[in-house]
Write a protein that binds this ligand. Structure first.
Ligand SMILES: Cc1cc2nc3c(=O)[nH]c(=O)nc-3n(C[C@H](O)[C@H](O)[C@H](O)COP(=O)(O)OP(=O)(O)OC[C@H]3O[C@@H](n4cnc5c(N)ncnc54)[C@H](O)[C@@H]3O)c2cc1C
Length: 411
């Protein structure tokens, strides 16, 4: 197993529970670092919506993922977490979280279980990108690693599972450096691009100084005719958060053919424009514009400052125009944030390169799982769900393949 994220670890667990001797190699000093990072802001393990709706979230890849998700879907994932002592609950909008909200207790219990199953972990081993196949009497694959002291080590295995992740947040290990070597082996890999990522905006220094890290609560952001509600976070370079991430793929595509894109932001999605204008009609004579917006429309300081940012500080003075602006503020976007700030990356090993056992067609005995495969999904638990589902599917595929390859027995 190369890659000790959720996809690699669940594949390791699945194989080991069938009596297979499994070693997991990862280039980081410990396993599951991105999984822990994901847990920092609430580990959204999966989603509770009906399976056909959930599958729909994977867009063009849903057919390729269907078998894996049906075999190990949200129900199985929640049961698995409960088996590790972490019951789950359904939060707002159907998202599923462990009771502790974090990934730490789950990962701790998981690593303990893996140790009991005899899985051996090799942290600080960076796969160099080569896999040599020796198909003599036994089917063997030789993979090489570099250790921190610079020394090389070659390991042979009957089965290799690659679960190397995407390229977002490279400091937790998934740096996408596997793309080049796999392409050299002839495996088609689409470029890794930021997905579920924030947008870059041209804030004033004053706005960043005062409001970096402050959320614009309960806004509706519309792009290309689709509107998503939630909290958007002001960052030093732009905006992040669920309603922004949900549009990031569409914004990225739009920016491929244009210099800029425009988000339309409704600061008051629960109030219609007429009612808002009526409320704004009650301005006290001595109220400043900010006080007027705060008192009459209930806007927070960050929302008021945001209005000023989007309008070059030129706000209309009549209630009707102000209400209209508040419902359709335009934020000009020149870029999405860099991949190292993205929640996930799109692109990866193309689905045509993989058979229905998640084995690379060009490299029998080598399986792939997790975010390194070319599927994409929004936030909402769909990313981890697909990592777990494909991890289990790759392990089961490997079991099936090696049974066939060894004529009935696996060492
Ligand atoms: C801030 C943040 C929050 C997130 N929150 C959520 C969430 O709440 N819900 C959700 O569904 N998803 C979330 N995600 C996404 C989710 O964490 C990932 O999709 C998931 O971890 C991918 O799992 P994976 O096993 O495929 O890869 P990874 O978890 O990235 O693991 C890949 C492993 O491979 C190792 N590796 C890479 N290259 C090599 C090499 N050459 N040699 C050896 N080892 C190597 C890496 O060190 C790494 O440990 C979040 C992501 C981020 C960044």
């Amino acid at each position: 197993m190369i890659g000790g994220g959720p996809a690699g670890l669940i594949a390791a667990e699945t194989l080991a529970s069938h009596g297979i001797a499994v070693s997991v190699y990862d280039q980081m000093p410990s396993m599951g670092r991105k999984f822990l990072l994901a847990g920092r802001s609430g580990l959204n393990l999966t989603h509770s919506e009906p399976l056909d709706e959930l599958l729909h979230r994977y867009g063009d890849s849903s057919a390729a993922l269907e078998g894996a998700v049906l075999a190990f879907g949200p129900e199985q994932l929640r049961a698995w977490a409960a088996g590790l002592g972490e019951d789950t609950y359904i939060g707002t909008s159907g998202r599923v979280f462990p009771d502790s909200w974090r990934a730490t207790p789950l990962l701790r219990a998981w690593l303990h279980r893996l140790a009991e199953l005899g899985v051996v972990l090799f942290p600080r081993h960076r796969w160099t990108g080569t896999i040599a196949t020796h198909d003599g009497e036994r089917h063997e694959r030789a993979v090489s690693f570099v250790r921190p002291d610079g020394s090389d080590i070659e390991v042979t295995a009957d089965i290799v599972v690659l679960a190397l992740g995407g390229a977002s947040w490279p400091r937790v290990g998934s740096d996408g450096r596997w793309v080049g070597p796999l392409r050299e082996c002839g495996v088609r890999v689409t470029d890794l691009e930021p997905s579920n990522v924030g947008v870059v905006a041209d804030w004033s220094a004053h706005f960043v100084e005062r409001f970096e890290g402050v959320p614009l609560k309960n806004v509706a952001i519309t792009f290309a005719g689709r509107s998503v509600r939630g909290d958007a976070m002001v960052t030093s370079r732009g905006l992040e958060g669920l309603p922004v991430y949900s549009h990031s793929a569409a914004i990225r595509d739009a920016l491929a053919s244009s210099d800029s894109a425009q988000l339309s932001i409704d600061l008051h999605p629960d109030l219609d424009e007429t009612l808002l204008a009526r409320r704004l009609g009650k301005r006290r004579p001595k109220d400043s514009v900010s006080n007027w917006l705060r008192r009459a429309a209930g806007l927070s300081p960050v929302a008021i400052a945001f209005m000023r940012e989007c309008t070059n500080n030129v706000l209309p003075s009549d209630a009707a125009s102000l209400a209209s602006l508040m419902k359709r503020l335009v934020l000009e976007i020149g870029a999405v944030a860099r991949i190292d700030r993205a929640i996930s990356s799109s692109g990866g090993v193309t689905l045509e390169e993989i058979d229905d056992r998640f084995m690379l067609r060009r490299a029998p005995g080598v399986f792939v799982a997790g975010e390194m495969i070319d599927w994409d999904a929004p936030t909402g638990g769909y990313l981890l769900q697909a990592c777990f589902s494909t991890g289990v599917a790759a392990a089961n595929g490997a079991l099936e393949w090696s049974r066939l390859a060894s004529g009935g027995s696996i060492q």
